[in-house]
Design a protein around this ligand. Structure first.
Ligand SMILES: Cc1cc2nc3c(=O)[nH]c(=O)nc-3n(C[C@H](O)[C@H](O)[C@H](O)COP(=O)(O)OP(=O)(O)OC[C@H]3O[C@@H](n4cnc5c(N)ncnc54)[C@H](O)[C@@H]3O)c2cc1C
Length: 340
C-alpha cells in the first residue's frame, strides 16, 4: 500500500516535471496516510541513478529503480509491460504518472493492463469518499472542474505536468535501503514493434513551453510575424517562452509547436500573458493550469478578460514597447539575453 510516483526516463534523460509529480504524490499521501514511493524506469546509466537520488530528495520514502536496455527508446508497449510487471510486485494503491506525451499514452494502457481505474488530466486532489482521494480534473474544455472518485483497489492517475508545486528538496544522501533496484524478469518485455529510423531535434533557442514558468503568447491580434518578434523580446526580458494561438500558427507566423490549446500544448506556467488573443474555449483549454493569467486585448469585450486576473483593454503596440523597456530596467536584463 503506497502512493507511487512513476517516472519514465528513456534515452537516459530526466523528463521534465518529475519534481512536481513528487509534489502530487506527497499531497495524495497526506490525504491517504500512505507512504510515498517512486519508481524510475529507463535505460541503465548514471543519469537514472542520479534521478533516483533526486526523487528521494524530493520526498520519496523509497525509490525503486527499474533499469533495462530494453527501455532505451520511448516505446509505449515496452514501458507498459515493464510498469505492469513492477506494479505487480510493489502493489501500490495509486500510481501517478505525468501527463506528458509519453505518460499520457502509458497511464490508461497501464490501468487496463493491471485492472486499475484510469483518471487523466488531474490538476488537484481533495478528500473524496471513504477516505479516498477525489481527483480534480477540468471538463468542457476547462470551463468546469469535476471531482472524480475511484472505487477500484488501484488507480492510475495522469497528472497534468506542473499542476502541483514541487516539494522542497532535502539535503544529504539516501539511506542504503531507500534506493532499491528491481531486476526485470527476462522476457517481461515484448519484442519491439517500434523501430527508430532517424532522430531529429527541433531547433529551439529558448525555454521549452512545457517547462516555462512565464509564457507570453500571441494571437491573430499580433498582426504578423513582426508582432511575435516584439513578444520574443518580452519573453527574453522575463526569462520566459513564446506561445501562440492556433490562428497565429495557421497564419504561418510561428511554427506549430508553439500552439497552445485543445489541439496544441497544455501549459501550466506561473504567469500566462495573452496578447491579441480573443480567448476561445479551445485556447483556454490549454491554459487551465496557469496560476496567473494577464491579458492585453484592444477589445474590452474579449472573452479572454473573463479568464484573466489582470486585463488591459489596449492596443499592444501602445503598451509592449514601454513595458519591455521598464521590465528590462527593473530586472537588469536586456532583450537578447537568456534566463539561466
Ligand atoms: C476543434 C478545434 C480545435 C481548436 N484548437 C485550438 C487550439 O488548440 N488553440 C487555439 O488557440 N485555438 C484553437 N482553435 C481555434 C479557436 O476556436 C480560435 O479560432 C482561436 O483560438 C482564435 O485565435 P486568436 O484568439 O488568436 O484569434 P481571434 O479570435 O481572431 O482574436 C484576435 C484577438 O486579437 C485582438 N486584437 C486585434 N488587434 C489587436 C491589437 N493591436 N492589440 C490588442 N489586441 C488586438 C482582437 O480584439 C481579438 O480579440 C480550435 C478550434 C477548433 C474548432
Amino acid at each position: 500500500m503506497s502512493v507511487l510516483a512513476v517516472v519514465v526516463a528513456p534515452q537516459g534523460r530526466s523528463p521534465s516535471g518529475w519534481a512536481e509529480l513528487m509534489g502530487a504524490a506527497s499531497t495524495v499521501a497526506r490525504l491517504t496516510g500512505e507512504p510515498v514511493e517512486a519508481l524510475v524506469a529507463g535505460a541503465d546509466g548514471p543519469s537514472l541513478e542520479a534521478l533516483a537520488r533526486d526523487l528521494w530528495r524530493r520526498g520519496a520514502d523509497r525509490v525503486w529503480r527499474l533499469a533495462s536496455d530494453g527501455l532505451t527508446e520511448p516505446d509505449p508497449d515496452r514501458y507498459v509491460a515493464a510498469l505492469a510487471w513492477a506494479a505487480g510486485r510493489l502493489e501500490p494503491t495509486t500510481l501517478l504518472i505525468n501527463g506528458d506525451p509519453l505518460g499520457a499514452q502509458l497511464g490508461p494502457r497501464l490501468a487496463m493492463r493491471i485492472g486499475a481505474a484510469s483518471v487523466t488530466e488531474v490538476v488537484d486532489v481533495r478528500p473524496g469518499e471513504q477516505g479516498r482521494p477525489g481527483w480534480v480534473r477540468p471538463m468542457y474544455g476547462g470551463k468546469a472542474m469535476a471531482v472524480v472518485g475511484s472505487r477500484q483497489a488501484r488507480t492510475v492517475v495522469n497528472v497534468r505536468p506542473r499542476a502541483f508545486a514541487a516539494p522542497a528538496a532535502r539535503s544529504g544522501e539516501p539511506p542504503a535501503d531507500a534506493l532499491v533496484s528491481l531486476e526485470l524478469d527476462a522476457g517481461a518485455l515484448p519484442a519491439p514493434r517500434l523501430r527508430v529510423l532517424e532522430r531529429r531535434t527541433a531547433a529551439s533557442d529558448g525555454v521549452r513551453l512545457e517547462d516555462a514558468r512565464i509564457i507570453v503568447s500571441g494571437g491573430r491580434g499580433m498582426g504578423g510575424p513582426e508582432g511575435f518578434q516584439v513578444l520574443q523580446q518580452l519573453a527574453e526580458v522575463l526569462g520566459g517562452a513564446v506561445g501562440a494561438s492556433r490562428a497565429a500558427v495557421d497564419a504561418g507566423w510561428v511554427p506549430g509547436h508553439l500552439q497552445i490549446g485543445q489541439t496544441g500544448k497544455m501549459v501550466a506556467p506561473d504567469l500566462y500573458l495573452a496578447v491579441g488573443i480573443s480567448g476561445a474555449s479551445q485556447h483556454l483549454a490549454g491554459i487551465s493550469g496557469a496560476r496567473h493569467v494577464v491579458a492585453i486585448n484592444k477589445d474590452p469585450e474579449a472573452p479572454i478578460f473573463r479568464a484573466a486576473e489582470i486585463g488591459l483593454a489596449e492596443d499592444w503596440r501602445k503598451v509592449l514597447p514601454s513595458l519591455i523597456e521598464r521590465l528590462a530596467q527593473a530586472l537588469g536584463r536586456a532583450p537578447g539575453s537568456r534566463a539561466s
